[in-house]
Ligand binder design. Structure first.
Ligand SMILES: *Cc1c(COP(=O)(O)O)cnc(C)c1O
Ligand SMILES: [Zn+2]
Length: 419
């Protein structure tokens, strides 16, 4: 299960390495796992997302119910005039058989990452997060006993909870700053002995875990969809959808056409949409004017990555170039309207990011920019928080220490008691 070799997208070199975050010796591109099992067997006897273990870089499943679930929602299809619309949801919605306890598709990243970490058990995993990633890792850490340090902006403290009260191996550091400041504090911590970075897009377990969304959609529908809609901050989910589609094409049973990517950002912070729409491989200052203010003005804070893996080889620009499609942006008010519609129709409160993606699909349907016969997958990346609170109960994680963004390495060393 999950046996693979790594390929560099820039030179096609095959890389043999057991490093946590392996690199090509000459390029900085995102290495891609090429699984020896060409045809996917869905192992529905394995827990949750590990049904896709053939194409996950892990040896052993972790006990979980968390997985993406693909289904049709006739009232939404009818409203949008898209009979071949499929929703792939990762969140908590028992009515749709969705049981991701922290409510977002970041769990698809956390479980395989922690499974892959199993031979580095003596290390502490460091995760910078705007909220959802931290919560997913916190829950997984509570379930498995792996040690994690979570670094988050102060404003995200309320989104850090788990459904279990066992927080012994979780150290929560808040930063008086934004997500970019949390990333910089986390990278300082990673220079300390015994700490390793989660790795972001460079972590193949993260990408292939998120790619299970596309796998679940394809095995449910019977083919690779014509279009894939997702709200993006780092764009890793978009890269993952592309990579998963390439594997499905090699499998041979799901079609030979890549899905068009319809990726969405939340106005006014839209660096990737802006760069892509002028077909620039680099994101420059003009793509994120007044960044500090725009970051704090969005409805969906998890979409505010200032340094996404966009220009890197094998990254978002390459994914968009290979797949085609569009980079969109939507206003807070349109996203909030989409949230309300979905809540009224299904009773599920979407994560704001998922509402951002739905908003753009509503616009595309209204403007008739998609044909009514197209097979469309909308990745609903999170939601169901109301029911999580009711069904499971949530326990807030206590902040261990609040630190300023410019904190020194020595101070961090003494806070974490690394000597
Ligand atoms: C992180 C996140 C996104 C964006 O994911 P990327 O593919 O990493 O850009 C979208 N929706 C939710 C709910 C998220 O937590
Ligand atoms: Zn290379």
């Amino acid at each position: 299960m999950g046996e693979y070799q790594l390929n560099c997208p820039a030179c096609s070199e095959i890389i043999f390495s057991n490093d946590w975050l392996p690199q090509c010796s000459t390029h900085s591109g995102l290495l891609r796992a090429e699984y020896f099992t060409e045809q996917l067997t869905v192992r529905s006897n394995l827990p949750g997302m590990f049904r896709f273990i053939d194409w996950l870089p892990v040896q052993k499943p972790i006990q979980t119910d968390s997985r993406p679930v693909t289904f049709q929602c006739p009232p939404i299809s009818k409203m949008l005039g898209l009979p071949n619309l499929w929703l792939t949801f990762t969140g908590w919605a028992p009515d749709f058989n969705c049981y991701a306890k922290t409510g977002s598709f970041k769990e698809l990243e956390a479980y395989p990452t922690i499974s892959r970490l199993s031979n580095l058990r003596d290390r502490t995993l460091v995760i910078a997060s705007a909220g959802n990633t931290g919560r997913a890792f916190a829950q997984t850490a509570a379930e498995t006993g792996v040690n994690v340090v979570l670094v988050i902006p102060e404003s995200s403290v309320s989104s850090l909870w788990t459904i279990s009260s066992n927080h012994e191996n979780i150290t929560l550091i808040s930063v008086s700053g934004d997500y970019a400041d949390a990333i910089s504090v986390a990278s300082k911590i990673c220079s300390l002995d015994g700490y390793i970075p989660e790795g972001g897009a460079k972590n193949i377990a993260r990408r292939d875990g998120m790619g299970t969304t596309m796998l679940d959609a394809a095995v449910t529908i019977g083919r690779i969809p014509d279009r894939y809609f997702q709200a993006v901050g780092s764009g890793t989910g978009g890269i993952a959808a592309w990579e998963a589609s390439l594997r499905l094409m090699r499998d041979g049973r799901f079609g030979q056409t890549l899905p068009k990517l319809n990726l969405v950002q939340n106005q006014p912070f839209t660096p990737m949409a802006s760069a892509w729409n002028r077909r620039s491989r680099t994101i420059t200052a003009e793509d994120m004017p007044d960044a500090d203010r725009s970051v704090s003005a969005v409805y969906s804070p998890v979409l505010t990555n200032r340094a996404p893996p966009y220009e890197i080889s094998g990254g978002v620009f390459d994914a968009m170039t290979a797949c085609g499609g569009d980079f969109h942006s939507v206003s807070n008010s349109d996203a909030k309207a989409a949230f309300k519609i979905f809540d009224e129709v299904t009773g599920v409160d979407l994560d704001p990011a998922a509402a951002v993606a739905l908003a753009v699909l509503i616009q595309a349907a209204e403007n008739k920019t998609i044909d009514s016969d197209e097979t469309v997958v909308l990745n609903l990346t999170g939601g169901g928080y109301r029911r999580i609170a009711e069904d499971l109960g949530t326990v807030p994680i206590k902040v261990y220490e609040n630190v300023p963004p410019e904190i020194s390495l020595d101070k961090l060393r003494s806070i974490l008691e690394v000597f």
